[in-house]
Design a protein around this ligand. Structure first.
Ligand code: FAD
Length: 466
């Protein structure tokens, strides 16, 4: 079990000496803001003792040295859009804000890469690339608010991962501040590299437990000139999900294959003040195809329409921005039903996604909470948004535990895992211990001990100290 020292006046003074007085906050109102992230799980929230905003790699390095000297925990925080309680300071201490480190450092059109500080917003990276006829392919639905450092730390996925992979696939190198304050660059701007351990990929996805990412060199790809989005509407959930593996196998190489159940269709349409086809009874598959050649796009569209119809689609129509607006608003739209909820992030082999969604939707009907389902279906990544409605706190906790016991066992039996893109955070810590192979878990703890012997950096996340 970790024990830490409180943040004393001496620590606060040391932090002020590093970043300047105005970037160190200890007032109750500020501390209250940073106790939570977007997880809607108040039982996990913890108030920090001090909030510090760093302006450079050197400042991050010095902050880590102070934290080690005084044995105070540090929770790195980008935009706080984590839905896994990743940015919550589990052991109080210092919340370290990265948002001031928000500069695009280099844009190399010929080399097709850009170098950025960790606090740049993902959408600004996307827009910058787009303006030069290139694309940054990382695309979480929270892109307009989250920061690239948070995406790297969680290995964020999103709408384009089915074709381009997750955030870890978009990176040449990262600059990292290690828990002891040492600074290093991991990876290189090279197409291939077999020179030692692949440490950049170890840090990416480690949820800020092994190092603080301060800069990154990101890969860009040519922008496809031809694109079509299709909305395939089904009135039968099992048919909508059965389409997915068939699409992948057909070789269409879609950029996105997103699924929404009818609960999400209705709530996100209402929230967006839009009415799309089959609002009352439809489940949606949204499929994007992008090509470099118009004939290829036409050919793929024909094949896509034929597969959708053969799978029982009621409507197959061109999807405009309204459809993506509804899709993007899914998570937000459920907040009017409940302020307490959990976002499950299960991932299974793509061939199992149809069975998995149907089985877990059927299972969820045994409980009093409400369950909405959507999926980055082309990646086998399903999100169950489970909402506490008209239940006592104890009934909510008990039923959630029961549902998870069934769901997680079933998913692991299918060859799946707890999280496809949101990470473990504080919220899934106990389940990580329960469902991970003990040898694998032990290896992770050995690495953490070696890199961060005082367990100072983001303790209480991913793996536990004991
Ligand atoms: C509406 C909505 C839609 C979403 N859609 C998606 C989606 O499509 N795909 C997806 O993958 N996720 C999605 N998410 C979850 C979330 O946006 C992602 O996990 C995102 O990557 C978090 O970025 P952030 O900047 O908010 O990081 P934060 O929430 O601040 O931090 C996330 C984690 O990274 C650590 N961290 C932050 N910055 C650094 C750093 N510089 N160095 C080291 N560690 C750091 C934190 O300690 C924490 O553990 C969504 C969330 C919301 C609310």
């Amino acid at each position: 079990m970790n024990t830490y020292n409180p943040v004393t006046d001496e620590v606060v003074t040391a932090l002020k000496n590093i970043v300047g007085e105005k970037y160190v906050k200890t007032d109750a109102a500020t501390l209250d803001v940073y106790k939570a992230d977007e997880s809607l799980a108040p039982s996990f929230w913890r108030t920090p003792e001090v909030v510090v905003s760093a302006g450079s790699t050197e400042e991050v390095s010095q902050i880590m040295k102070v934290a080690n000297t005084y044995r105070v925990p540090v929770t790195p925080r980008s935009a706080g859009t984590s839905v896994s309680c990743g940015a919550v300071p589990a052991f109080h201490g210092i919340v370290l804000l990265m948002e001031r480190m928000n500069h695009i450092l280099e844009f190399n059109e010929d080399g097709m890469y850009m170098s950025v500080e960790a606090g740049v917003r993902t959408i600004d990276i996307q827009n910058m690339a787009h303006s030069k006829n290139l694309m940054y392919a990382g695309d979480p639905c929270s892109a307009d608010s989250c920061l690239i450092g948070g995406n790297l730390a969680t290995n964020a996925g999103g709408n384009k991962a089915v074709r381009y992979g997750t955030t870890r696939h978009q990176v040449y190198s990262i600059e990292v501040v290690l828990p002891d304050g040492k600074v290093t660059t991991l990876g290189a701007t090279l197409k291939k590299c077999s020179t030692g351990f692949c440490l950049d990929q170890l840090i990416i996805g480690s949820e800020g437990t092994l190092g603080i990412i301060t800069k990154a060199v990101l890969k860009l790809v040519p922008l496809c000139p031809y694109k079509l989005d299709v909305l395939a509407v089904f009135t039968d959930l099992s048919k909508a999900t059965a389409l997915v593996p068939k699409l992948i196998k057909a070789g269409l190489n879609p950029t996105s294959v997103e699924f929404m159940d009818n609960n999400f269709v209705r709530s996100a349409s209402d929230y967006s003040e839009l009415r799309l086809p089959h609002y009352e009874d439809g489940c949606y598959d949204i499929i994007s195809i992008e090509t470099f050649n118009e004939d290829e796009l036409d050919d793929k569209m024909e094949k896509l329409a034929a597969i959708c119809e053969a799978c029982g689609a009621t409507d197959v129509v061109e999807a405009d921005d309204r459809v993506w607006k509804v899709r993007r608003n899914c998570l937000e739209s459920t907040r009017i039903f409940s302020k307490v909820a959990t976002s499950e992030d299960l991932v299974v082999p793509v061939t199992k996604i149809a069975d998995c969604i149907q089985t877990l939707v059927d299972e969820s009907k045994k409980y009093d909470f409400r369950v909405f389902c959507l999926a980055h279906a082309g990646d086998g990544n399903l999100h169950f948004q489970i909402l506490k409605c008209d239940m006592s706190d104890s009934a909510w906790e008990k039923q959630l535990k029961e549902f998870r016991a069934v769901a997680y066992r079933y998913v692991y039996d299918l060859g799946g895992r707890l999280s496809g893109e949101h990470g473990i955070g504080l919220k899934r810590l106990d389940y990580m211990e329960q469902y991970t192979d003990p040898v694998e878990l032990d290896l992770m703890k050995t690495i953490k001990h070696a890199v961060d012997p005082n367990w100072i950096l983001n303790p209480g996340k991913v793996i536990s100290a004991c």
